[in-house]
Design a protein around this ligand. Structure first.
Ligand SMILES: Nc1ncnc2c1ncn2[C@@H]1O[C@H](COP(=O)(O)OP(=O)(O)OP(=O)(O)O)[C@@H](O)[C@H]1O
Ligand SMILES: [Mg+2]
Length: 471
């Protein structure tokens, strides 16, 4: 067992329920996945979208869970499962532990939401704040009804900073999560037409993001907002009504953290900014104009907590995009090299435009975009795909491959010489993409996760494997 996150007594008090077997004396961590569970951790049998944790309770105990938290109604499925805590509802039990974790937390708490850039901003905050103290932050994009309480339940009481990603697909989802997190600083990266299928308008999306202010700690803490976003005023009004101080980042002249200059280099971005009147020059360890404002939000948050912004900014040199979100690979093609930008994890109009712009700034003889459908965009989906035409023109993309029925709308608009190929599904497009690559190409693959564009990335890496290590 590594360290004590919760004493047995604290844990039982917070979780509630009925103990079967001998109660643990301590819990070293919180797990909802028996495969990654470390000895001594408590296992919560959460029911996810695809699997029910109750199917893995035995595995968790075999892997030396200190205790398993299970549901009363499912107890009949097990014989001699112990030590266990039996509760009415496992997710509610995890939430109770999360609330207890927040109540005992001593550090400053930051929550991040927005249509795009939540994880990037959260990871930048992890780096920036680590220059000033210990940081606990969400794993990956653990930003939903189980991800947020899980992250909170794992918060060590003496962490100097807690950083929480909060996401949503529908109105009303952020409110309970932010009330659990109770941030001192709430960041909204931006508001864009994402998950539009579930909203009547982009304004309604802005209102749903603004729910994050409902959880802000009282006492004039901070709402950190994107001054360049068309919904800035709408968000500001809600923040002000909640008693927050509004602080802004962006290119706008009056932004509190203002971008002065940036230049996208092959492996990083050089940035100069003025953060609450203090000039800082730094390198962000990944290329991309779209990432710049995320870093400003992180530095503004640091400055609002009166931290060393210079040291925080220097730490951003270590920022790396995660898998499928801009990760770069070098391909070896016919003895030459080509660059692959893996953006296959997800897509919406905002991140699509950002990735196309980045491809346009990538050094290459030919620039090839391989795009899959952006999902959940509702009735205007075809129009939103067609509207990418200008972004492709502006970035001087030479060749476009498309997969999916919505992408057909865009593909049909292309001039003949730019048409690489279209297919209904990504696997059918794959051989044509593989056959088209030449040395000195830059190729960017992007689409919603459900469009399965990652299969093309995998195939490219497998075929041109000699140098497929991340660039
Ligand atoms: N400010 C931004 N504007 C446009 N695109 C961005 C921005 N920040 C990040 N991106 C791009 O959007 C994609 C998703 O980024 P990120 O994972 O940070 O977002 P997220 O909001 O956490 O997404 P998710 O909802 O999937 O958790 C990446 O390809 C990234 O490069
Ligand atoms: Mg995320």
């Amino acid at each position: 067992m590594t360290g004590v996150l919760w004493t047995g007594e604290e844990f039982l008090k917070a979780v509630g329920g009925r103990v079967v077997g001998s109660a643990p004396s301590a819990v070293s961590g919180i797990s909802i996945d028996s495969r990654s569970l470390m000895p001594g951790e408590a296992f919560f049998a959460i029911k996810g979208d695809r699997v029910d944790g109750h199917d893995y309770v035995r595995d968790a105990l075999d892997n030396h869970a200190s205790v398993v938290v299970v549901e009363e109604s499912k107890l009949g499925r097990f014989s001699r499962v112990q030590p266990a805590i039996v509760v009415d509802d496992v997710l509610k039990a995890l939430e109770r532990l999360a609330v207890a974790a927040r109540a005992r937390a001593k550090g400053k708490i930051i929550a991040v939401t927005g249509s795009v850039g939540k994880t990037s901003t959260k990871e930048m905050l992890r780096l920036v704040l680590s220059a000033s103290g210990s940081v606990h932050a969400s794993v990956a994009s653990f930003n939903n009804h189980w991800g947020v309480p899980l992250t909170l339940a794992r918060l060590p009481p003496d962490a100097d900073f807690g950083v929480f990603e909060i996401g949503m697909n529908h109105a009303g989802e952020i409110t309970p999560l932010t009330k659990m997190v109770r941030p001192h600083i709430a960041i909204v990266t931006n508001v864009e037409p994402v998950h539009l299928e579930h909203f009547p308008s982009v304004e309604a999306i802005a209102d749903a993001k603004a729910e994050i202010f409902a959880g802000l700690e009282p006492g004039g803490y901070f709402a950190v907002l994107n001054a360049d976003n068309p919904h800035f005023e709408r968000l500001s009004l809600v923040a002000l009504k909640s008693g927050a101080q509004v602080m802004s980042f962006g290119q706008a002249k009056d932004a509190n953290a203002r971008l002065l200059m940036h230049s996208v280099l092959s492996d990083r971005t050089a940035i100069t900014a003025s953060v609450l009147g203090k000039d800082v020059a730094y390198h962000l360890g990944a290329p991309g104009s779209h990432l710049v404002l995320n870093s400003l939000a992180a530095l503004l948050a640091a400055r609002l907590m009166e931290l060393d912004v210079k040291a925080g900014a220097a730490a951003l040199a270590d920022f790396k995009p995660s898998t499928g979100r801009g990760e770069r690979h070098v391909l070896t093609v016919n003895g030459g090299r080509a660059t692959l930008l893996d953006e296959s994890y997800n897509a919406n109009p905002a991140s699509m435009r950002a990735a196309i712009a980045l491809l346009g700034q990538t050094k290459a003889t030919r620039r090839i975009a391989v795009l899959g459908d952006m999902l959940e965009l509702g009735e205007k989906a075809d129009d939103m795909h067609r509207d990418l035409l200008w972004a492709l023109e502006k970035a001087r993309i030479d060749l476009l491959f498309c997969a999916g029925p919505h992408m057909r709308a865009l593909y049909d608009e292309l001039p003949e010489k730019r048409r690489g190929g279209w297919a209904e599904v990504s696997t059918d497009l794959e051989p044509r993409v593989l056959g088209a690559i030449r040395p000195n190409d830059a190729i960017m693959v992007k689409g919603s996760n459900g469009s399965r564009m990652s299969l093309i990335v995998k195939a490219l890496n497998a075929r041109f494997s000699a140098g497929n290590a991340p660039a």
